[in-house]
Design a binder for this molecule. Sequence first.
Ligand code: B4P
Length: 190
Amino acid sequence: MLNLVLFGPPGAGKGTQSQKLIEKYQLVHLSTGDILRNEIANGTELGLEAKKLMDQGVLVPDEVVIGMISNKLDANKDAKGFIFDGFPRTVAQAEALDVLLKSKDTAISGMVALEVNDQELEKRLLLRGKDSGRPDDANPEIIRKRIEEYNTKTAPVANFYKSQGKYVSINGIGDIEGIFSELTKVIDSF
Ligand code: B4P
């Protein structure tokens, strides 16, 4: 099984590259951001709670996203592999993912991080905010809060995979096709 973690700050291109990767490698795409936005759109209790946090640019509690991922793994028993996009976002989530995958006799193959500086991230997210309808993309202060959450809570997840010898980073600035080509080179080496 090929199980990839696509890592990087908000706006690094995880969602964009995931769409291309699932097509090439026939993987199931698990984006916690998309799953949460779906819950919001369906007006579920979980969605209502998550919306309050997401609109402020802060992370949703670990137990909520871990439960969501566990359900999705169970619902895709025949998958050739998974691409985890926007998850794990804390070390606790990374530890829980290892346990979940082990119980299914599999493991993370590798993490690829997209490196993009804060100025470029802010520019991309504000641009997307013009027509995405996402409240968390519309306001520079909320965007900066998301980047701060990433730096304090999510960046340490890289060390978790480094210590397992599963971490590779690539430059996330440039044209989408060029970045995709670099990503596939790394993934083919896993
Ligand atoms: P996400 O949905 O994961 O939001 P994101 O980080 O903004 O997505 P992404 O990084 O994929 O955006 P992309 O680069 O594709 O999370 C939203 C919120 O949900 C979080 O703040 C949090 O509250 C909550 N959440 C989600 N997962 C969670 C978890 N595990 N634990 C707790 N809370 C969680 O796109 C950005 C823009 O850049 C696009 O417009 C794209 O077109 C553009 N772009 C992409 N590549 C480019 C390139 N090479 N050059 C120029 N522009 C590019």
